[in-house]
Write a protein that binds this ligand. Structure first.
Ligand SMILES: [Zn+2]
Ligand SMILES: [Zn+2]
Length: 303
């Protein structure tokens, strides 16, 4: 089963010839999701050959234009290409208002069902749970309300051994309990532990998308560390004051988060256009956390 991320854009505020604005395509168990939708995202989706019409949920981090302005064009294109399937958008209230006002002003709205869920975004916590993944929204620290998203693959807690469970006369409800790692009481009165008839499933794969924000280590430490962390690194250490003022992070701050949270690998992104060469950002982060890479248009990660 696949768990695949494709970076569509990783430039901060302004796109460059090489880097699009924030957007990432996520495919888990052949279901498709989009994290942010900066201007030009629909073009990037087509350039990467991704199945636009199979997109099921879009998650928007916050209401800065470089993270959501690609939505109107993408939503219209999907209709023009014949979309009938519904789409869910998890976004802040201001982005919903923007879309509704835009559709009203042009007297047009896509005809396929679009559910714009601002309540889940506002409440935080679990914003999506389907057969493949759970997505948790994390409150970030930026100039406007902002959420990061942690995507965790769903798997049964226990993989049951078909031969062993045949030794017992188990009901569907009992099997369900055992799959969750719980014990059940047999007709004989004895307890049957899940590990007597199965074993823990393989570790679930997980990915965190954390942008735009000052470092929020204490918030993140309350949550299980993901395998792969994408963290914004808008500035180098030389521009630390600028990072504080604009509520962004430096590469070293992103590396500290990766190290202290205990992730396996770190991807830096959301680069300021002031750096024609990103080598300095990478070197600063790698000094603190070795397994760091730079995001780029078209970077594909297989978890
Ligand atoms: Zn941004
Ligand atoms: Zn922002």
């Amino acid at each position: 089963m696949n768990f695949h991320v494709c970076i569509l854009g990783c430039s901060s505020a302004v796109p460059t010839a090489e880097r699009g604005l924030s957007a990432q395509w996520l495919e888990v168990h052949h279901r498709h999701y989009l994290l942010d939708c900066g201007e030009g995202t629909q073009i990037r989706i087509r350039q990467e050959g991704l199945p636009m019409q199979r997109l099921s949920v879009v998650f928007i981090s916050h209401s800065h234009a470089d993270h959501f302005l690609g939505l109107p064009g993408l939503l219209s294109t999907m209709e023009l290409l014949g979309r009938k399937k519904s789409l869910r958008i998890v976004c802040p209230e201001s982005v919903k208002e923007f879309l509704l006002n835009y559709w009203k002003s042009v007297d047009y709205q896509p005809s396929y069902p679009i559910e714009i869920d601002v309540e889940a975004w506002r409440s935080g916590g679990l914003v999506l749970e389907d057969a493949s993944i759970q997505v948790e929204a994390v409150v970030l620290k930026h100039g406007v309300p902002c959420r990061g998203f942690i995507v965790r693959e769903r798997r049964d807690a226990f993989v049951l051994d078909k031969v062993k469970i045949k030794e017992y006369d188990l009901s569907i409800a009992q099997l369900r309990e055992l799959k969750q790692g719980n014990s059940v009481q047999l007709n004989t009165g004895e307890a049957l532990q899940a590990n007597q008839v199965g074993s823990s499933g393989p570790a679930c794969r997980s990915y965190a998308y954390i942008t735009d924000t000052r470092p929020v280590l204490q918030t993140l430490l309350k949550l299980a560390a993901p395998q792969v962390l994408y963290h914004e690194a808008t500035f180098t250490e030389k521009h630390q004051e600028r990072a504080k003022k604009t509520q962004h992070s430096t590469a070293i701050e992103a590396a500290e988060i990766a190290e202290k949270w205990g992730v396996t690998s770190l991807i830096l992104g959301h680069f300021s256009v002031r750096y024609p060469d990103l080598g300095e950002l990478l070197a600063e982060a790698q000094n603190r956390f070795g397994n760091t890479r730079l995001a780029f248009n078209g970077l594909r990660l297989e978890l």
